[in-house]
Design a protein around this ligand. Structure first.
Ligand code: SF4
Ligand code: SF4
Length: 72
């Protein structure tokens, strides 16, 4: 498991992370950020495998992964 965080201020709402998450674990917000974009949100931290695909796909470096919790 990994701890995924999204920077709601940097996210431009392109949706690439939503498309590429193999777990279907990312959704777009119902509200807009200060730039007028919906932003990505993790649905369930416990379902995230820490694969890093969302992190690698994001063109705006709006996703951070903390893998310190991947002990096993
Ligand atoms: S790290 Fe992988 S499983 Fe977790 S949210 Fe990103 S794409 Fe989905
Ligand atoms: S890939 Fe990045 S910019 Fe695009 S919706 Fe996801 S977090 Fe936002």
């Amino acid at each position: 498991m990994a701890n995924i965080t999204f920077d709601t201020h940097r996210c431009k709402g392109c949706g690439l992370c939503v498309i590429f998450c193999p777990c279907g674990n990312i959704r777009m917000s119902d509200v807009l950020n200060e730039h007028g974009h919906p932003y990505a949100e993790l649905i369930d931290q416990g379902r995230c495998t820490g694969c890093g695909l969302c992190f690698r796909m994001c063109p705006d470096t709006a996703i951070e992964i903390d893998r310190k919790k991947t002990a096993k």
